[in-house]
Write a protein that binds this ligand. Structure first.
Ligand SMILES: [Zn+2]
Length: 205
């Protein structure tokens, strides 16, 4: 799972930006799959049972190219849903970020800089301790990535869809951080609605 550097920079250091981008994207995916109650103009029901949440987490891992041997339990899936709710608040905060809440997440999941590898693999800088549970590791890495984006003055890149009835979140990698919608579907819906309003036409029922 890697994010290609294009028009955006977080630190300007490509490997750090790639790491941050990967984890911010992972955070957005977790939020959108586990914690969003409206999407693309419709209310939606995020998974609630352990089995349903676990199925979603497994899909996210498969789509993200995680090794198939990555093991996740129903308990992990429930905890990840809680993490997703916390991360959702960061994406949706805008100028009203509750930094205490994000800092509490980092403490709760024991975020700490740690060099992995070295003997057989090149060193990799992560933000979870060796032996961390999978939930702690993911929450720490994702939470740290969001904190890094905010900490370098790029919080505008943590976005949520501006269309009505859509709470999907995204990592805005446009050059000037100008993205407003989760995708073309919502963009077109808002455009059509604005067009009808200008023409004085009634909205379709
Ligand atoms: Zn949307």
């Amino acid at each position: 799972m890697t994010v290609t550097l294009e028009g955006w920079r977080i630190t300007g250091q490509p490997q750090i930006d790639s790491y941050v981008g990967t984890w911010v994207q992972f955070a957005a995916t977790l939020v959108n799959r586990l914690a969003v109650t409206s999407a693309l103009g419709r209310s939606t029901q995020p998974p609630v049972s352990g089995l349903d949440r676990l199925a979603v987490v497994r899909e996210v891992l498969a789509e993200g190219g995680w090794p198939p041997e990555t093991t996740v339990s129903e308990t992990d899936a429930h905890q990840l849903a809680d993490v997703a709710t916390e991360l959702s608040a960061v994406f949706c905060a805008g100028d009203a970020l509750d930094s205490d809440r994000l800092n509490a997440l980092l403490i709760r999941h024991a975020a700490v800089p740690n060099l992995h590898g070295g003997s057989t693999h090149p060193y990799t800088l992560t933000f979870h301790r060796p032996g961390a549970t999978i939930v702690d590791a993911w929450a720490a890495d994702a939470g740290t990535a969001l904190a890094m984006v905010i900490g370098v003055g790029q919080s505008a890149r943590l976005g949520h869809c501006q269309a009505s009835s859509c709470d999907l979140v995204f990592f805005d990698t446009t050059r000037n951080a100008s993205r407003r919608f989760c995708g073309v579907s919502c963009q077109n819906r808002v455009k059509a609605s604005a067009y009808r309003a200008r023409r004085g036409s009634p909205s379709p029922t």
